[in-house]
Design a protein around this ligand. Structure first.
Ligand SMILES: [Zn+2]
Length: 414
């Protein structure tokens, strides 16, 4: 099973839980969220929870007090199963949520090993669960190289998902514009240009060392700085030509220290969103081209699933807005049939299309349709792409094809 596929599926599972948690609310400030970084001692976390539990005794409303204490007890119970936090840390959610008509229901969820390490410990008690830090991790995918420079200093680093990593820095010996007495103006100008050129070479060298080995995994390079430095640097083609080719843009950034790297990412926000969408659009363009002129498009649950099982699907395209479950029924005569239903609807009795035998609702096996298809894809070495609906072709995948499609390796006639 390849790591990318596994991480895509994990991301999808996280996204689903986050979506569920976001919908919940408590009647008071009684929903507890705890973010545990990987290097945190769990004994510290338990001590913190115990402390909060005793402080909760001061809450005036009896109902809120009980709810908060119940949530904390439930979290403490869950923590007992662990000796240490998982590799990327964990997030715990617990609390009594409103279920309508003044009724509440106790909900506890533990998310282990989010796609990126948890950066800091958070204890949060509110009328909503705190899901933003997790949602941010899932927001943007991608690996981008970052370069910020002026004539004095430069920093290079990575943007991995939402996380910025400063890696290397350099400072220059470029003299200021003011020459010293006794130096000829011409000689001074020449030395200064040489020093600038040397510095650009040094910065490019730093960037090349870091980025070139990863150039095939990278989604682009962003360059930031004041004008005209960044323009000179790019126009002079100092970077390795393969990096030069994937420069997404140059952006005005006032600082060129480590904080300049975050300024650069902020400034490039729109361009980054565009790049992300372009990747989805490329997939969908290929799908529509095959649909109209070729034989390598498949769509709809049944056909796509059959092709997947045959190992004929190269890329599985699933809409991020798909909110359906697949229910598998096996009748008394061993006929296996599958039905898609809305995630929020209850399972119903199923009449076997082959023999008419009725399978009671409770005997159906229910599974999220995306997880169902992704699991088959993983076994067959098929890549899964989750396609957003933020552009026209992405919307069409959802509305015209039920959110399920694929590009085949070879034509199967199914
Ligand atoms: Zn049957």
């Amino acid at each position: 099973m390849n790591d990318d596929a596994q991480s895509d599926r994990r991301k999808y599972e996280f996204r689903k839980v986050i979506e569920e948690l976001t919908e919940y609310s408590g009647s008071g400030t009684q929903l507890v969220s705890i973010y545990v970084p990987p290097d945190r001692q769990l004994s510290d976390v338990v001590a913190h929870v115990t402390q909060e539990h005793s402080e909760a005794a001061n809450i005036k409303s009896k109902q809120t007090r009980t709810a908060v204490q119940d949530a904390l007890t439930s979290i403490k119970d869950r923590l007992r199963y662990y000796d240490n936090p998982p590799e990327n840390g964990m997030v715990l959610f617990s609390g009594a949520i409103n279920t309508g008509g003044g009724q509440t229901d106790m909900v506890t969820r533990v998310l282990e090993d989010p796609p990126e390490p948890i950066q800091s410990f958070i204890y949060h008690c509110d009328s909503d669960f705190l899901t933003e830090p997790l949602a941010e991790m899932l927001g943007d995918k991608g690996l981008f190289g970052l370069v910020v420079l002026d004539r004095r200093e430069a920093n290079v680093g990575w943007l991995k998902g939402k996380r910025i990593e400063a890696v290397k820095s350099a400072s220059s010996l470029v003299p200021g514009k003011q020459r010293k007495g006794g130096q000829s103006a011409q000689r001074f100008a020449r030395l200064r240009l040489e020093a600038i050129d040397n510095f650009y070479q040094e910065v490019a060298g730093m960037a090349n060392d870091l980025f070139v080995p990863k150039r095939h995994e990278m989604d682009g390079v962003l360059v930031g700085g004041p004008s005209p430095t960044k323009d000179e640097f790019l126009d002079g083609e100092y970077l390795h030509h393969e990096l030069q080719d994937i420069v997404i843009g140059k952006f005005d950034v006032s600082y060129t220290d480590e904080s300049g790297l975050s300024d650069l990412v902020d400034a490039a926000g729109e361009a980054l969103a565009e790049t992300e969408m372009m990747k989805d659009k490329t997939q969908m363009d290929e799908f529509f081209k095959e649909l109209h002129q070729g034989e390598l498009a498949t769509y709809g649950f049944d056909a796509t699933r059959q092709n997947l099982i045959m190992g004929a699907v190269d890329r599985l395209l699933l809409s991020e807005d798909l909110r359906q479950d697949v229910v598998t029924y096996v009748c008394a005569n061993d006929h296996e049939e599958r039905v898609l239903i809305n995630r929020r609807k209850n399972t119903t009795d199923h009449e076997c299309e082959e023999c008419g035998d009725v399978v009671p609702a409770g005997d159906g096996t229910r599974e999220d349709v995306i997880e169902h298809l992704m699991a088959i894809a993983e076994q067959r070495g098929t890549e899964t792409k989750l396609i957003s609906t933020d552009f026209e072709e992405g919307e069409q995948l959802m509305n015209a094809f039920g959110g399920i499609g694929g590009i085949l390796r070879y034509s199967t006639g199914i």
